[in-house]
Design a protein around this ligand. Sequence first.
Ligand code: HEC
Ligand code: HEC
Length: 288
Amino acid sequence: MFPGRRVSSYHTGMVAQPRSRSSAPVLLALLLAACAEEDDGVTFEDDLRPLFEDRCVFCHQPGAPFGPETGAGMDVANPFAEEGLVNAPNIWAGPHPELPGQLVVPGDPEASFVIHKISDPALGYLPETGIAGAFMPYQIPAMTAGEVALVEQWVSEGAQDDSFFRCQVWYWMMPTRALAAECGIRYRPGEPGKCDTCHFAGTHNPPDLADPFGPQGVVGVRAAYRADMLRVEPGSPETSLLVQKLRASAEGNLPSSEYGTPMPRPVLPLSEEQVALVRQWIEEGAKP
Ligand code: HEC
Ligand code: HEC
């Protein structure tokens, strides 16, 4: 059920022409730019980096939860590095040689497994049996009301570093094998937590939730988005930005000017046009 046939119908069904959709002023700007410099087609730096930075690299770069050193991913931020998207083999092809062996084969989108991973699930490129993992970008599920209630209880009771926090709150935010052992929870390797894909140690997106009581953490730390609030104010859930952001997620709210983006921040799937752009990049030889 991993068909060359379906892939080729995909090939004819979706024609990638992102440039031709430009409006007149954009076209003019492109023409002017072309006078100064010849158009080099779809390149990673110009066309794909912004998209991948927004949707992929917080999971797939060195130090991130599914970076190259984890054995469950690669480096999308530096695609031409040895363990980057363009050079890394497909981990799923090891046990299942019927799958494409490489994530990117310059010039050949059909043979590039990344296209299968990012295409609309309804197209059926990934085997339903799960032998090739999940569709990308992997979605972080919203908060449940029950989870938010646990966080509120923890903050109300003084935001202590106790076993209630570690096992009832921190674990589903930032699951690790060590914490699972401490709490007697069965660890599921590779299953992302609700926060660890973005707020890991050394992240560019504070807070660092690997160290919630540290200087870049949450407890007693002034919020960046709201200078008048703490991320977590012990004893006071209402004035803790963290609680407001989690509530917004559980209630399905849009980003607001009051509290910013709900957390966990939702990861949107790629649109047809965006997938077509990635295809075209590979077709034109996967240029930097
Ligand atoms: C929330 C975290 C997360 C995000 C965001 C994410 N991924 Fe992944 N990715 C994973 C996990 C976990 C795996 C390993 C399990 C799997 O393949 O389903 C993975 C695996 C992959 C693989 C397969 C690697 C291999 O060797 O077979 C590719 C390709 C991939 N991701 C590409 C992307 C791209 C491109 C994006 C952005 C459009 C993206 N991912 C966004 C978590 C994420
Ligand atoms: C997909 C990435 C992503 C996930 C998952 C995510 N965050 Fe965030 N978070 C961000 C980004 C980016 C920012 C900074 C921009 C903003 O505030 O919207 C941020 C900001 C925050 C802030 C505000 C920091 C400040 O001082 O203003 C808090 C608090 C926070 N996140 C908590 C969490 C918690 C708790 C989780 C898990 C339930 C979580 N986030 C999951 C990306 C993420």
